[in-house]
Design a protein around this ligand. Structure first.
Ligand code: ACO
Length: 435
């Protein structure tokens, strides 16, 4: 039995003069949980936990987060090391296959990514049917689920080769769909993927090359793009990954599950925050607000405004991804000799908020979305594409969780319960007698 599954001392749960023993589970990093999987069977009661704030829904060997210490590791590797030394493709391989690739494995993975980068030509016409101004996340989610009608679905008993092909097809095609939806939104012709480019270089080329302006992706931008995608690659049981697992638990195909993850990510409380942060900073600039005024607004309980890019369900200290993103942002603007007034506003806001008792008492720090939008902006991405870039980065994490869930004998269809608070049995009244 693995350390992770080893049995811990039991706790006693007592009520109405009865007592049941509850097993204690412990993860490899020492985090503990009461095993309530037989709670209803043994007590007749459910656990009430709105928003699953205290609930572990699975055992997982993919990502470890310690929100108190600001630690993030994938398959044991610190995020700082992965960002420093790896390409996004290597991290994707690590998440999906459980180990960093050897040179041969990496070459094979890159070859598969190249082979599967094209979209079926019939899918091109779909892009033309979205109205002008369609949000790229709407296009992305719809196009990803459409892939299921063009390519074979992955069966649960698929062999390794089939899984590898479907997984690389998705990784590769999501990048092409993301770039095509941007080109469609600005009315430019699509640029096809090329086997000559690496994963991120290919993406930048498909985004920014056009027949009238020769484009060669800058090495620095390619390196930063790799780092940003790595920062987003996985974050254990976040809302979008839970959506992927939830839909996957019904037996739905991988494309449908990823499409659900994309929709969940879109929300401004989750991945949509990167767009919301830049919109917030633009508004602050337009309205000429001071950091004091913005922080006062964020603290005002009668005002729905929140400081976007601040706060996190798990991190109660500085998000390690935000720390890296902030450094990347400062370095990129310096390298490109850009003076973005929004960075000054963001840094001023951060300093003001971190020195405010309201933010200190609630442990509210910048999260990954606070600075990433400013980097994308400096690279020339329009803000509507920011969450698409997050999705591109998060894809290997979603795939890894989808696989892990299907290989986990403890998993079943996810079906939470509720405490019913509606009316008791009510007599039916015919419509004519309702006035
Ligand atoms: N600005 C102002 N106050 C905030 C903020 C914020 N950004 N975030 C949390 N708070 C306050 C809440 O009002 C609450 O105060 P109270 O205790 O007086 O009621 C307290 O801090 C706790 O907040 P909750 O909403 O209960 O925390 P939760 O864990 O549910 O939410 C979330 C986390 C959604 C990220 C929240 O901090 C937020 O809305 N942040 C802004 C949106 C954002 O940046 N999202 C991206 C998150 S990272 C990611 O998903 C990739």
């Amino acid at each position: 039995m693995s350390d992770e599954k080893k049995k811990q001392p039991k706790a006693n749960l007592s009520w109405d003069g009865k007592t049941v023993e509850v097993e204690m589970l412990e993860g490899t990093e020492g985090e503990r949980a009461f095993n309530f999987s037989r709670l209803k069977a043994e007590t007749g009661c459910y656990a009430f936990d709105p928003a699953m704030m205290n609930t572990c829904v699975c055992r997982s060997a993919i990502t470890y987060v310690d929100g108190e210490q600001g630690i993030l590791r994938h398959r044991g590797y610190a995020i700082e090391d992965l960002v420093e030394h790896c390409s996004f493709i290597e991290v994707a391989y690590l998440l999906i296959h459980g180990a960093l690739p050897t040179t041969t494995q990496r070459q094979r993975f890159s070859r598969l990514l190249n082979i599967h980068s094209m979209l079926h030509e019939d899918m091109r016409s779909f892009f033309g049917n979205y109205p002008e101004g369609a949000h790229p996340m709407a296009v992305l989610s719809a196009m990803v689920v459409s892939l299921s009608s063009f390519y074979p679905e992955l069966r649960l008993d698929s062999d390794k080769e089939e899984i590898d092909i479907t997984v690389t097809r998705l990784l590769s095609k999501l990048r092409t769909i993301a770039a095509f939806s941007y080109k469609k939104s600005i009315g430019e012709p699509f640029v096809y993927p090329s086997h000559r480019h690496s994963y991120c270089e290919n993406f930048l080329n498909m985004m920014f090359c056009s027949p009238v302006s020769l484009y060669k992706a800058d090495d620095y931008d390619v390196a930063v793009m790799n780092k940003l995608l790595i920062l987003h690659a996985d974050h254990e049981q976040n809302a979008s990954t839970t959506a992927v697992r939830m839909v996957g638990s019904t037996g739905a195909n991988l494309y449908a599950c990823i499409s659900a993850g994309i929709c969940a990510l879109w929300g401004p409380l989750h991945g949509g925050a990167n767009q919301a942060v830049v919109e917030m900073l633009e508004k602050i600039q337009r309205d000429g607000l001071t950091p004091d005024q913005v922080v006062a607004k964020a603290k005002d309980k009668n005002d729905p405004f929140r400081l976007m890019g601040f706060g996190h369900r798990i991190y109660k200290s500085y998000d390690p991804r935000a720390k890296i993103a902030k450094q990347l942002c400062q370095a990129m603007l310096k390298k490109k000799r850009l003076n973005d007034p929004l960075l000054d506003i963001a840094q001023g806001l951060e300093e003001r908020a971190l020195n405010d008792v309201y933010f200190q008492e609630r442990n509210l720090y910048p999260n990954v979305d606070f600075y990433t939008g400013l980097i994308y902006r400096a690279m020339g991405f329009p803000k509507e594409t920011f969450t698409v870039l997050f999705a591109l980065g998060r894809l290997p994490g979603w795939i890894a969780h989808w696989q892990e869930m299907h290989n986990d004998p403890e998993q079943k269809i996810m079906r939470p319960r509720q405490i019913y608070t509606g009316p008791g049995k009510t007599e039916y009244v015919p419509i004519e007698a309702r006035d």
